[in-house]
Design a protein around this ligand. Structure first.
Ligand code: DX5
Ligand code: ZN
Length: 213
């Protein structure tokens, strides 16, 4: 299991130290939540702060866009060369076109599904994706309760992926902790995002290691 701590739960007054600590604690990716106040009822950070994060991070960035105007935000964040750039299917009229654009910029394209969105809706996009991000909470805030139906959804997605593009990874985001990690592993999940669970723990390494199933 790969671990991507979400910096949404970090102490933004000590961001450099927080990023260095999770990297030293052995995380695999640094998950960045970008919210526009329209697609979700919250606002977070833009490219100025994320550029500073990328300078102090020894791990690749995993940028999760929760925005209405995906094209605009892809142009803003692509120069920072994240490993993954994911956008929500629910806010994009032309997902295939945007996937091609992200790949042409040298970034791994990923698509995110809200808890209610069917995995079948992306069946014909899977061959062009490097990762699918399944939301296990309603996007917008850290510290929410894990929605267990995501486990069934991940299993269905795993089947579609094995038919269409076995190298595509499954990431789950929201309410992940040591209480559900085993079920996520069994459902075929490859990467978990964990915000409040990692940053809410005194010992980041211990928290990350407890998710390494
Ligand atoms: C929610 C964000 C998540 C959030 C996860 O919209 O996409 O990445 O930070 O936080 P936890 O792990 O606390 O649910
Ligand atoms: Zn996220």
């Amino acid at each position: 299991m790969l671990i991507a701590p979400s910096i949404l739960s970090a102490d933004f007054g000590n961001l450099q130290k927080e990023i260095e600590s999770i990297c030293e604690a052995g995380c695999d990716l640094v998950h960045i939540d970008v919210m526009d106040g329209h697609f979700v009822p919250n606002l977070t950070i833009g490219p100025v702060v994320v550029e500073s994060v990328s300078r102090v991070s020894s791990k690749p960035l995993d940028i999760h866009l929760m925005v209405e105007n995906n094209n605009f935000f892809v142009d803003l964040f692509a120069p920072l060369k994240p490993k993954y750039l994911s956008f929500h299917l629910e806010s994009e009229k032309h997902p295939h076109r945007l996937i091609q654009k992200i790949r042409s910029l040298g970034i791994s394209p990923a698509i995110t599904l809200n808890p209610h969105t069917k995995v079948e809706d992306i069946e014909y996009l899977l061959q062009d994706l490097d990762m699918v991000l399944l939301m296990s909470v309603n996007p917008g805030f850290g510290g929410q309760r894990f929605i267990p139906t995501i486990l069934e959804k991940a299993k269905k997605l795993k089947e579609l992926i094995s038919e269409r593009n076995p190298s595509c990874l499954i990431e789950v985001d929201g309410g992940v902790s040591d209480k559900n990690i085993k079920y996520l592993k069994d459902a075929g999940v490859d990467i978990v995002v964990a915000g409040s669970y990692v940053f809410g723990n005194e010992d980041y390494k211990k928290a990350i290691d407890s998710l390494r199933v």
